[in-house]
Write a protein that binds this ligand. Structure first.
Ligand SMILES: O=P(O)(O)OC[C@H]1O[C@](O)(CO)[C@@H](O)[C@@H]1O
Length: 328
């Protein structure tokens, strides 16, 4: 069998406009230090990191045809296969305020391209056919990011079932109520064949929403993550804890790892880099703690610059050497 490939599926991509500020004072006038525009959206961020790691990756999903130039340029420059449908209209622009004093970003994410029900149905049909033609058994498919207006978890569910029927490994990186609904539906035999989920990467708030209780410490996070593996048939989980690092869980155990201290230019894309690095290593057959550490190194490398992608591999390897996963 050929080496597995990754397809990211982004149904609500974004043009990220990052405005750099020295500080943020609500209600005040700010003079920006600078501005940068990048092709964004969760699966596109993941694809950028995978491509930087030298992996074949296809960015799939859909884009507004009116302003796709930034995506075309990014795909060509980074060596990402462009598998995105073009739909009538414009892709949303998300505003990112990267604030030097705070060392983080404030995100303002817009709803996204709204399509009429018939147009949505046609887009789903066309996307499904494209994926059927491209995805081979053993390939990994990431359902990435939020859903556009007028759609619900059913859209992800139909795509996941279609891809699982082709023998793909399903990865989910979507948040809010949609994640819980989707996991519950895919694990429910009354709805059809149970779809095993290879990997998810909630953050603490998303995991709290999934298990419907606050998770005050690392141990509580690890317990909740491991329980989710058992109840929802999720094979591997990395819970991102921002500056505090990550907790990982699978059928074999649970681990925690602290994030290395780095200078932060933006926190946008940190989660995508964590997913991308972890998936790259898992696809190589690495264990979860090894893969999660590599993902964390990719995230630490990613947040030091505003542009998606990664610095030279040596820098990522050095960061990985500074991270230890310890069993909990
Ligand atoms: O689909 P969501 O949840 O609105 O997130 C989209 C945002 O997330 C990112 O992909 C970063 O993770 C940004 O590029 C983008 O603006």
């Amino acid at each position: 069998m050929n080496a597995p490939r990754l397809f990211t599926i982004t149904l609500n991509p974004a043009i990220d406009q990052t405005v750099r500020l020295d500080r943020l004072l609500p209600g005040e006038v700010h003079r920006a230090l600078g501005e940068q525009t990048e092709a964004g959206g969760k699966g596109i961020g993941v694809a950028a990191v995978l491509a930087a790691l030298g992996r074949p990756v296809t960015a799939s999903g859909w884009l507004g045809a009116d302003n796709d130039a930034v995506f075309r340029a990014a795909f060509a420059e980074r060596g990402i296969t462009d598998g995105m449908l073009r739909l009538p209209g414009a892709t949303r622009t998300n505003i990112k305020l990267a604030v030097a004093e705070r060392g983080d970003s404030t995100d303002i994410n817009l709803p996204g391209l709204a399509l009429a029900p018939e147009a949505l149905q046609a887009a789903e049909q066309q996307l499904g056919e494209r994926l059927d033609a491209a995805v081979a058994p053993g390939d990994w498919c990431e359902l990435a990011g939020s859903l556009p207006p007028g759609t619900d978890a059913g859209l992800w569910e139909r795509l996941a079932r279609r891809l699982a029927a082709r023998g793909a490994q399903i990865v989910i990186d979507t948040g809010g109520a949609v994640l819980g609904t989707l996991l519950a539906r895919l694990a429910d035999p009354a709805r059809g064949p149970v779809v095993p989920v290879a990997f998810i990467k909630p953050n603490r708030a998303e995991l709290e929403e999934l298990v419907a209780r606050p998770l005050h410490d690392t141990l509580a996070v690890a317990d909740a993550a491991q329980a989710l593996c058992q109840t929802h048939g999720v094979r591997q989980i990395v819970v991102s804890l921002g500056g505090q690092g990550a907790v990982m869980a699978d059928g074999q155990g649970r681990w925690q790892a602290a994030a290395p201290a780095v200078t932060v230019a933006t926190t946008v894309g940190a989660g995508d880099a964590l997913v991308a690095g972890t998936l790259a290593a898992l696809m190589d057959g690495q264990t979860l703690p090894v893969a999660g550490v590599f993902g964390m190194a990719c995230a630490a490398a990613r947040i030091q610059r505003i542009a998606p992608g990664l610095p030279p591999r040596q820098e990522v390897t050095e960061l990985a050497a500074r991270i230890r996963a310890t069993p909990i």
